[in-house]
Design a protein around this ligand. Structure first.
Ligand SMILES: [Zn+2]
Length: 330
């Protein structure tokens, strides 16, 4: 009897606040900060010479104009996102790439970041104070060193002058053979949630769920004290051909529809630098705009940052447990 009541209780406690039936979190991995950074210039010139694709020459030439002026360059997407999101009345989360401890070189790690580019931090600080969330975009590190998480978090917090709670791995590069080992380091570094579970090349549900969950640790035989909020929709997942906006939008909205049916969370990842909507990110912002348009009109959607979602899920877990205990005592 108690079990049956507990199940009923579970259904009676809403997942999301304010009568909303599903949640949407817009996030931005910050993989590139300045076209004028030496490594970006070198990479774009090399790509032009090897691939003979004019876009990379344009990026190189634009980069030359912005050498030493990162805050004005097209890849510095923060003010563009601020404008885009303010007019739609929601806040997003930026994961900042910060390699502050020595790590093994990896060609896929970022070539310009907020660490070595002399950006205007006041812009980011003001955004953090106004409601935008910031987190850590962890570098590729085959060992996933605890120190890299601890120092990356500390460095960003010091720069922003505010605590951060979440992270996402660049290239989704947590330890896929033993994810619990990486999650334990997240916890030890003080993170409260992660958003690194996703498919690499396609949209969808790698964890077979669109709900936050506590990853299970088979070694300790218990769930870990951190929330995973899986990412189901990234720019590169659906924008294969930037000129085919409608197919990308259709595919994106299909994912949103599936999440809405389940009452889960749509975690979108549009890279910070895609806000320029140009070069190799042509039409990226356009696609997102079309995906978000119907959602802005949808009274069922709760627009929130991942940290707000993690806190809501935690609150609901407590309510469920308290409710269960009350029922058991009846
Ligand atoms: Zn990345």
């Amino acid at each position: 009897m108690a079990r049956a009541r507990s199940d009923l209780n579970c259904a009676a406690i809403p997942k999301w606040p304010g009568g909303k039936t599903y949640a949407i979190a817009v996030t931005h991995d910050t993989d590139a900060v300045s076209l004028g950074a030496a490594k970006e210039l070198g990479a774009n010139l090399a790509k032009f010479l090897i691939r003979r694709d004019r876009i990379f020459l344009d990026m190189f030439l634009s980069g030359v104009r912005y050498i030493g002026k990162p805050t004005e360059n097209p890849f510095f997407g923060f003010p563009l996102w601020r404008e885009f999101e303010t007019s739609r009345e929601f806040y997003s989360c930026f994961y900042l790439f910060a390699q502050v401890v020595p790590l093994k070189r990896d060609i896929n790690n970022c070539k310009s970041s907020v660490v070595e580019q002399r950006i205007d931090w006041d812009i980011l600080r003001r955004m953090a104070a106004s409601g935008w969330e910031f987190g850590f975009h962890a570098p590729i590190d085959p060992e996933n060193k605890l120190e890299a998480f601890v120092e990356g978090k500390r460095w960003i917090e010091k720069k922003l002058r505010t605590p951060i709670y979440g992270l996402r791995h660049h290239y989704w590069a947590l330890d896929w053979s033993k994810p619990q080992a990486t999650f334990r380091k997240h916890i030890d570094a003080g993170f409260r949630y992660d958003t690194s579970i996703a498919w690499k090349d396609i949209a969808g549900f790698r964890a077979a769920t669109c709900h936050p969950f506590r990853p299970f640790d088979p070694e300790q035989d218990e769930p870990l004290d951190i929330y995973e909020i899986p990412t189901c929709l990234m720019d590169g997942h659906i924008i294969k051909n930037p000129d085919d906006v409608s197919s990308a939008v259709e595919e994106g909205l299909d994912v949103v529809r599936k999440v809405k049916e389940q009452g889960g969370v749509v975690v979108l990842d549009w890279h910070t630098e895609t806000a320029c909507n140009a070069y190799n990110y042509r039409n990226h912002l356009t696609v997102l705009r079309h995906i978000l348009e119907p959602l802005m009109e949808d009274g069922d959607a709760w627009m929130a940052t991942p940290w707000e979602i993690a806190q809501q899920w935690q609150l609901r877990s407590v309510e469920l447990e308290t409710g269960s205990i009350t029922n058991l005592q009846l």
